[in-house]
Every structure is written in C-alpha cells, then in structure tokens.
Design a protein around this ligand. Sequence first.
Ligand code: TXA
Ligand code: MG
Length: 322
Amino acid sequence: MIVAPDDAGIRRAVQLLRAGSVVAFPTETVYGLGADATSADAVAEIYRLKRRPSWNPLIVHVADVARARTLARRWPAVADELAARFWPGPLTVVVERAAGLPGDLDTVALRIPAHPVALRLLRESGLALAAPSANRSESISPTTAQHVLGSLPEVPLVLDGGPSACGIESTVVDLTVSPPRLLRPGALGLRALREVTGPLTLPVSVAARDGSGDGTVVADGVARPSPGMSRRHYAPRARLILAEDVDAVPRGGLAGPVAVLTYEGRGPGDEVLSADPSEYATDLYAALHRLDDAAVGTILVQAPPDTEDWLAIRDRLGRAAA
Ligand code: TXA
Ligand code: MG
C-alpha cells in the first residue's frame, strides 16, 4: 500500500518497523526497503522479499552522526570530516562494525539520507534502519513509490515522498583502508569526495581506464569487497545495448520493439535525457522503468562521455548491459 508521509503515515510506518516488519521509504538517491538493523528477523525479511543473496550486505541508515558512531568499532577522523561535509547526503561510508548488529561481517556501511521523510522516519522510530534499494535483486532501483510496488508488490507499506532527486544510489567508500577505497561510484561525485579524502583507490572496473586500480579482480558469486561490483545489476527486463553510435547498430537480429535512449545534442531518440550528468542520473531509472512498462524488447543506449562526471552513470549502464 502506498501512503502519504503525513503524521498518520509516519505513525503506521513506525509501528510496522517496531514490530519487526519492513517499510519502503523515499531517500534522495532511490527508495529504500527498511527494517530495524538490530533485528536479525526483520533484516532477514528484507533478503526474502528482495530475493537478495545473503553475501550482499545492507547499508544502515541513521538519523545522526552520534548514532553512526555507536555502530562503528572505530570511527576514523576522515569519517568525521566526510560526515561534516556530506551528511545528510548520498555518501555511504564503510567502517569497522561494533558488536550488536546481526551478521558476521567485520564492517558496516552507514549513511544519513537527506530526504525529509527518511529523516523523520529515522528520528520518530528511534531505529537504525538497514535498507537496500527497494527492488527485486538485480533489477532497476526505484525512484518513485509506484516503482517500488511494481517490483515488490508484497511490501506492506510504501511512504510516498515523490520522485527521488538524485535518481541513482549513494557513493560507497571504504574507510577501513588507507587511502580510502571507492566501492561504488554514485550520486556524490569523486571530485567532491577527494577534496576531503585526498587520493582514493578506485575499483578495477573504474580504474581500468586510468591504470590506477588495485589489481583485485572480483569474479561473480564469490566473496567480494562490495557486491555492488557484481557484474549484472541494475538491469531492465529489456536487453540493453550500449553503443557509441546507436544509429550504427544493425537492427536485424534485435528483439523488438527497439527503443533508443540518448541525451541532448546527440540526435533524436525515443527517450532523450539531459546532457548534464546529474540531471541525466535523476531521470535514468525512471526512463528505464518506462521503457520496460512499454514492453520494449531492446534498448539502444547512446554511451555517455567517458569522463569522471559520468562515472556512476556509465557504471550503472555497463552493469545493466552485462
Ligand atoms: O543510495 C543508496 O545507497 C540506497 C538508498 C536506499 O540508501 N541503498 C542502496 O542499497 O543502494 P543497496 O543494498 O542496493 O546497495 C548497498 C551497497 C552494495 O553494493 C553493498 O554491497 C554495499 O553497499 N555494502 C553494504 N555493506 C557493505 C560492507 N560492510 N562492506 C562493503 N560494501 C558494503
Ligand atoms: Mg540495490
């Protein structure tokens, strides 16, 4: 059920969460599927609904830095600097994990989301909320309440906070190593991040282009530093093909109907997104959901520029096309 995030909606959500159930809620990046992070049963319900493999750990959302610190065994100085600059916001930090959270990992991923509904839910529930994106594992993340219900019709409650402003997931950075290591490019750009962290280690998928990777090649289905690195992810039902020139792709063998996803200045297409990377990100998943709803067989995607500003978008498109 989709409900407005008014007093009654928040009260209902808090009741469900305190009773160990799950609730979908808006964040500035994408919608999350939340549950009490300290309850093994509640967290298990997230994995069940999403059909998420158990090796893929969840981000824990908190209302303030003080709460984040209680979930960390060690809170490095750089975490304080990042929190001061970017929280609430689309940055997730991985730090050593305090005792008391379910699971046997040594680390925990933490973030304070910037959406007022998410913050109100965190404050009024008094809980830390484990919350992955509120979609079936491997499919496109939801940026509206309707997307959530389309992917996870069994979710008892979806708080409707309107379309997510960022439109792609948070940037995930591992602070347990020095220099910090980027685990997933995301809504917070690397330039801003590096202003606080200094040099960053980039994952192989990203670093392949500039040669600064740490050499760790991670195969699908094995233990990995961040499962956001799994090869196929964020995928629509339609086959997605990334092309430098969509007009040069032979249409012959493609499942139809064939749709084209481009951005301004690159010729006419069925779906034309902004040429500004952050505006493009805001609309990308909604466009992919729309094309899936239209039962398109193939989506030809004009590859965006190979620059750092487009890194997170190219990462998601690459995984969707895998
Ligand atoms: O924007 C976002 O981050 C959204 C909203 C709801 O906050 N959440 C999200 O969650 O994208 P999810 O579960 O779809 O992605 C979480 C990412 C995964 O790549 C996961 O592997 C990584 O964070 N992660 C979580 N805990 C980790 C840990 N302890 N160590 C390394 N990576 C971790
Ligand atoms: Mg996800």
